[in-house]
Design a protein around this ligand. Structure first.
Ligand SMILES: Nc1ncnc2c1ncn2[C@@H]1O[C@H](COP(=O)(O)OP(=O)(O)OP(=O)(O)O)[C@@H](O)[C@H]1O
Ligand SMILES: [Mg+2]
Length: 373
């Protein structure tokens, strides 16, 4: 629990690092020699955020932001990072099918799965030479097949997209194989034994299943199955964030957060998007400010968990002042949780924390017209 608390605070710090680096990136001219260094900062901060999430996932304090994901794209985007994570002697092969059906999931958690499996594969190969293959494809699973997997008895037969990590390393005997998902089970000197426990937790949350093939001396394959999105599920998706890169708004936004670094970051992001920004550090302050200046405030971006008066209460007060107030709630909890809690209350949006510039733009563009258009 202590680790979870620290990871949570650390996550906020990383959000500030990442956010400012992204802002700097969009302000730099395309040919600037500083771009490479910034890109490295962003990658490193993302890795640190992934590690943080590892701790949060294990301590059960994670929340997930579900998106439509193409597994092939996800692996390709990560391939450079995967190469740097494995031993020099190991060769990385990608075997990714084209035209995969998307899945619905949390991209950072799926990256975390891939990272854990790749590192295990590399450690299984050790100092010898060997090959690691990452594959993505489609598998039609019937009941019998699902029965042969971990977690498969809880999910329906159907079409699944798979992610597979195979290595030619040391392999496992039956006794080891039976225990790999136990938290703190490790055969390694430096291992914490949390890698696969976290993988199992994530796969369960994605309503997927997984299967392990291993033979001592030959190697190991981990196959993860994710339910393929059906056509109906695919339709309900937010606008592509890339088309929003040039989106600009105008007006005044009241930004409310008790975290100073996030006020600074959010303020910069909003200014970059063309807004004037007012800030408040808790619900009470926000309500007082809104009472005085409601006429000039176009939207309130409200943090859910704050001291004195939390976001939920503040939202109620704001609505008493102006029933048509536009509020986007930002929260570390999952979007669906928050949306459920405030259903029917005319919320303008829910923004999952930590948010990036792209996510912030996406939320705002859904309620505020493009000032450039
Ligand atoms: N690809 C693999 N080949 C052989 N054994 C494996 C492989 N992946 C996992 N294992 C076995 O499963 C155990 C548990 O793996 P897990 O990733 O959960 O923990 P760890 O790698 O020991 O430590 P951590 O990932 O927390 O640093 C490993 O110690 C190892 O014995
Ligand atoms: Mg591991």
């Amino acid at each position: 629990m202590l680790a979870g608390g620290i990871a949570h605070d650390f996550n906020n710090i990383l959000m500030a690092v990442l956010g400012h680096a992204e802002l700097a990136m969009v302000k730099l001219p395309p040919m600037s020699p500083a771009r490479n260094a910034l890109a490295e900062i962003i990658t490193a901060a993302r890795n640190a955020a992934d590690l943080c999430r590892q701790m949060l996932t294990y301590s059960g304090r994670t929340s997930s932001a579900l998106e439509k994901i193409d597994l092939r794209e996800l692996v390709e985007e990560m391939s450079h990072l995967l190469k740097t994570a494995i031993s020099k002697k190991a060769l990385l092969n990608l075997n990714l099918d084209r035209d995969l059906i998307p899945i619905r999931g949390d991209p950072s958690q799926i990256r975390q799965i891939l990272m854990n499996l790749i590192i295990n594969a590399s450690e299984a190969i050790g100092d010898r030479s060997g090959v690691i293959t990452v594959a993505a494809g489609a598998t039609r699973c019937d009941r019998d097949y699902l029965e042969s997997t971990e977690l498969g008895d809880a999910i329906p037969p159907g079409l699944y997209m798979h992610l597979e990590v195979a290595d030619t390393g040391c392999g496992m005997d039956a006794r080891t194989k039976a225990r790999v998902f136990e938290p703190f089970f490790s055969t390694k000197f430096t291992g914490r034994g949390l890698g696969l426990a976290a993988v199992l937790g994530i796969v369960r949350a994605h309503k997927g299943a997984l299967k392990v093939y291993s033979e001592p001396g030959k190697g190991t394959t981990f196959k993860i199955l994710f339910p393929a999105l059906t056509k109906e599920q695919e339709v309900a998706r937010p606008p592509e964030s890339s088309s929003l890169a040039n989106w600009r708004g105008k007006g005044t936004i009241l930004l409310v957060d008790d975290e100073e670094s996030l006020i600074a970051l959010g303020g910069r992001m909003l200014e970059h998007l063309g807004f004037d920004v007012l800030t408040a550090s808790d619900g009470r302050e926000a309500v007082d400010l809104y009472r005085k200046r409601a006429g000039e405030i176009d939207l309130v971006l409200l943090d859910l968990t704050m001291p004195h008066m939390d976001g939920g209460e503040a939202f109620g007060e704001l609505r008493r002042i102006n029933p048509d107030v536009r509020v986007i709630l930002s929260s570390g909890y999952s979007r669906d949780d928050v949306a459920g809690r405030f259903a029917g209350k005319n919320l303008a949006g829910v923004l999952q924390k930590p948010y990036t510039l792209a996510k912030l733009t996406e939320s705002l563009s859904a309620v505020i017209p493009d000032a450039e258009a």
